[in-house]
Design a protein around this ligand. Structure first.
Ligand code: 5AD
Ligand code: SF4
Length: 483
């Protein structure tokens, strides 16, 4: 039986990781990836529910498959992830030809369900329990992490890997669907995380990005012993071969001093914090039930800058949340100016059925106003990005080379001897430079000569090179201690 798999993923890092796991488990069953949806035997969509736009994309993709599925009923079509968990009935109604629906807490069942579907079983689903459907422990058990031992062939880069340390979320921000679809917050056992990191290091991985919805709230309790993220970082720091450690995404209230000290004291930890503020207005933050005021956030930022002086801080903002006035919005603008974030992800509020926000407040900011506020906030942030980047001109930074730059890939020059390469500084800034594919996975000194709002442009430091000597390539280990 032919085993060609097509998978499309939308959403956050958690979804990228989930897709990686699903692909790995199917590869073990003999499946090969294909980029051609029409040539695939199994078509999977790993979906996101955070905003309507992400859901619309999937419904359009499913719509485009309708004819093909009629003509090739043997092609298996599956919807995985958050949308599957949230809207099983709607998906089957809008796309009755979908064969399987699998929630994010049940992904381990995907290979088995595909096998059944190929044997003719129709409309299967595997979902976790809803937040009110059972006692807490039972709900928790129904949301399983899917983290089998890692297979390097399935990662987009052999040098970097996400490692899940937490699933679910208990914060219940009023706009957010995540606590309903990904279930209660649960930390993974530190021993499992350490074992997985060691395997990744043995496979040649240099950078580990720990992921969780509120990653700095991480806590694992067993036999009376509690482990926090700071302690986990200390454990992982000792893993030989790993040169950089990052963690995303943080919750402002849980940014404790022990964590900040761990980042400052451990040279492999990136001085980079993604801590979403969401709004610069206390009134809106309260409506969002974020649990902090703008002043609380300011204090947290002050502690970050005191303890980790070189830290780069990134944020998320939602514009046009229910009841947001022009004055509220201008407070967000003022906070972006004041905090000077490395970057901000800006989103237009999208009402999600099933959230407190949808229940309690009217989605009353017109779409064109949301769009205008989005553009305005982005323009302010971009101006700051450029200003901050100017400070890098002439400086030499340590860049972990990830691979060919997006432009190089587009121009299909990637296989040439000289190519434009891209990587990141320790504080997560993107750097593009002329180089070659052999540099991927290495940490190189790059001197910056130009900058745009999102990218630094530089050249690899080669000043000690004689004409006959090769381009210096620092060994991976030599650059990790510098931030
Ligand atoms: N509408 C718009 N943006 C949202 N986010 C979460 N829920 C919504 C929503 N309903 C944004 C938040 C969060 C990021 C991942 O997505 O800014 O930090
Ligand atoms: Fe959603 Fe808030 Fe949890 Fe983040 S902290 S996943 S925004 S509920």
């Amino acid at each position: 039986m032919s085993k060609r798999l097509y998978i499309e993923t939308v959403g956050c890092q958690m979804n990228m990781l989930d897709s990686e796991m699903v692909v790995a488990s199917l590869r073990k069953k003999g499946y090969e990836l294909t980029n051609d949806v029409l040539a695939a035997d199994v078509v999977l969509f790993n979906t996101c529910s955070v905003r309507q736009h992400a859901e619309d994309k999937i419904y359009s993709a499913l719509g485009r498959l309708r004819r093909h599925k009629e003509e090739h009923p043997e092609t298996v079509v599956g919807v995985l992830g958050c949308m599957a968990q949230k809207d099983q009935a709607i998906i089957f109604e809008r796309a009755p030809y979908v064969d399987l629906i699998v929630g994010p807490g049940q992904l381990q069942q995907t290979p088995e369900l595909i096998e059944q579907a190929r044997a003719g079983v129709q409309r299967q689903s595997a979902l976790s329990l809803g937040r009110r459907e059972a006692p807490l422990e039972q709900i928790k058990r129904s949301h399983e992490t899917f983290d089998p031992l890692r297979d390097p062939t399935m990662r987009s880069s052999p040098y970097q890997a996400y490692v899940r340390i937490q699933i679910g979320c208990d914060k219940f921000c009023t706009y957010c669907i995540v606590p309903s679809v990904r279930g209660p917050e649960q930390g993974r056992p530190p021993a499992d995380i350490l074992a997985e990191t060691r395997v990744l290091a043995e496979q040649g991985c240099v950078e580990i990005i720990l992921v969780g919805q509120t990653v700095n709230s991480y806590r694992y309790v067993e036999g009376g012993k509690s482990t926090r993220l700071s302690e986990l970082l200390h454990m992982l720091h000792d893993v030989e071969g790993i040169e950089r450690l990052k963690f995303v995404t943080n919750y402002p209230n849980d940014m404790t001093d022990d964590l900040l000290h761990a980042v400052q004291d451990l040279p492999k930890c990136s001085p980079y914090f993604h801590v979403p503020l969401q709004s610069g207005s206390d009134r809106i933050l309260q409506r969002m039930k974020r649990g902090y005021t703008v002043d609380d956030y300011r204090n947290m930022l002050r502690r970050i800058r005191e303890i980790v002086p070189d830290a780069a801080v990134a944020s998320d903002f939602i514009v046009g949340f229910c009841g947001e006035t022009e004055e509220d919005f201008q407070q967000s603008v003022a906070l972006v100016e004041e905090c000077r974030f490395k970057n901000s992800f800006i989103f237009k509020y999208s009402e999600r059925t099933g959230t407190k926000g949808a229940e309690l407040f009217a989605d009353d900011v017109p779409y064109d106003v949301k769009q205008r506020r989005n553009n305005e906030l982005l323009a302010v942030q971009n101006k700051i990005c450029i200003e901050e980047h100017q400070a890098f001109l002439g400086r030499t930074v340590e860049v972990l080379v990830e691979g060919p730059s997006k432009t190089a890939v587009k121009q299909a020059k990637a296989d040439g001897p000289l190519s434009q390469m891209a990587g990141r500084t320790h504080c997560d800034r993107i750097v593009v430079f002329d180089g070659n594919l052999r540099q991927a996975g290495h940490i190189l000194p790059v001197t910056i000569y130009d900058a745009s709002s999102h990218t630094l442009f530089g050249s690899v430091v080669t000043e000690h090179r004689g004409p006959e000597q090769p381009l210096i390539e620092l060994s991976i280990g030599s650059g990790g201690a510098q931030k």
